[in-house]
Design a protein around this ligand. Sequence first.
Ligand SMILES: Cc1cc2nc3c(=O)[nH]c(=O)nc-3n(C[C@H](O)[C@H](O)[C@H](O)COP(=O)(O)OP(=O)(O)OC[C@H]3O[C@@H](n4cnc5c(N)ncnc54)[C@H](O)[C@@H]3O)c2cc1C
Length: 441
Amino acid sequence: MSFFFNKNQSFSEETKIPHVVILGGGFAGLAAGKALAKYPVKITLVDKENHHLFQPLLYQVATAGLSAADIAQPLRHIFCGQSNLTTLMDEVVDFDLDASKVHLRSQSLSYDYMVIALGVTTGYFGNHQWARFAPGLKTLDEATELRRRVLSAFERAELAIDSDEASLWLTFVVVGGGPTGVELAGAIAELAQHVMAKDFRHIDSTKAKVHLIEAGPRLLSAFPEGQSSYAHKRLKHMGVKVHLNEPVTSVSTDEVTLSQSSIHSGTILWAAGVEANSVASKLGQAPRDRAGRLEVGADLMLPNYDNVFIAGDLARLSDFKGKQVPCLAPAATQMGRHAAKQIVQHLAGKPSRPFVYFDKGNMATIGRSSAVANYRKISINGYFAWVAWLGVHLVFLMGMRNRISVFLNWVWSYLAWRQGARIITKKLPGRSESSISTSSA
Ligand SMILES: Cc1cc2nc3c(=O)[nH]c(=O)nc-3n(C[C@H](O)[C@H](O)[C@H](O)COP(=O)(O)OP(=O)(O)OC[C@H]3O[C@@H](n4cnc5c(N)ncnc54)[C@H](O)[C@@H]3O)c2cc1C
């Protein structure tokens, strides 16, 4: 199929209007939809949620710094001014690539082009049974569940009948020494040391222990070594006990077993590993990496299907310099935009172009006034990196209301050492609780 057209061609012209289906309203799907705004295509964007989520700030929802609504924006609102795009809140369940069809829970859609941007989920390295004891952090439901567990742990400690039980509830374990693990561990330590300290009568929350477990030899392995040791020192200073070279061998309701020791804890959180969205397994024989992410060509096309593109975290590829494209929001955005451009190229009968990743650097916050930022050969640690982190996250957060709300929350927390979203919306979890329940913020 080849269509020659330009941005100004209108739908009323007598050509078949190509139907582009975009699966996923994350960073990649959003960018693909927006990049096609001015072209005469009919777009259907499908997401099982009704919102776009700014995942980089999820840990702040999990630790009561922000509310769920601060970091999410309804997809319908984002695209309300784009007349060639329709949003469907539905779940992708299967594909028929040879018939150019995608099956949703409520209906099937035929497409001329499809962009699959369904992201990844938390990975447990084949130990899915650990998920109920150690929930991950990928969605708003999971963030509010983590918040419930963290805040409830302090309440449980206050109700404890003896010091052993109180100590169990005041011990927090975070598994995974990447940016999310470092951010979670730092934020829980600050919550215990400063925010909760005045609020309880029976427990001393400053005695809470936070353990950060990493299987590898250093924290923040995607950053230069100097920044890993800076993060390690800062966390130690904040009272976090960092365990390196200690892979987790088992997790139960109140115990994490490591290769050389074990830790009793009432709250175990998982921030290690990702795996491809499970629905990606329905994409036939497409090659995949160990995490199930789809290995795509340089133009992001699914092998053997020149009308199907994979974008964002779900795609595994190396750029033209052979460097693997990271699972980061800017990379997903760039891929989404590139997939859209390839559709335009294809419609115009032009050859596809390879994806070129523009590295915008990497950042992680450790705690108040302390972060690491890295851009090419420039590395900054400490206060200025933290200010840069705040600025970048505010700028890229979707929606002016959210930006203002997050900014005011941050100013308030900084000045008053208070977290505004310390609300538990469900019953306290008991020690025997074995399944992740969800709650709304
Ligand atoms: C806790 C956390 C912190 C992070 N911090 C940073 C950071 O500081 N900086 C940074 O650059 N990156 C960060 N990232 C990574 C970044 O968020 C991802 O790289 C980015 O979100 C990937 O975008 P995506 O569009 O591929 O997938 P996603 O943003 O995950 O979007 C996938 C979309 O698909 C939808 N979906 C999934 N399954 C289905 C289905 N079956 N049917 C319909 N819809 C479905 C989901 O609801 C979602 O909206 C972080 C990620 C997490 C989880």
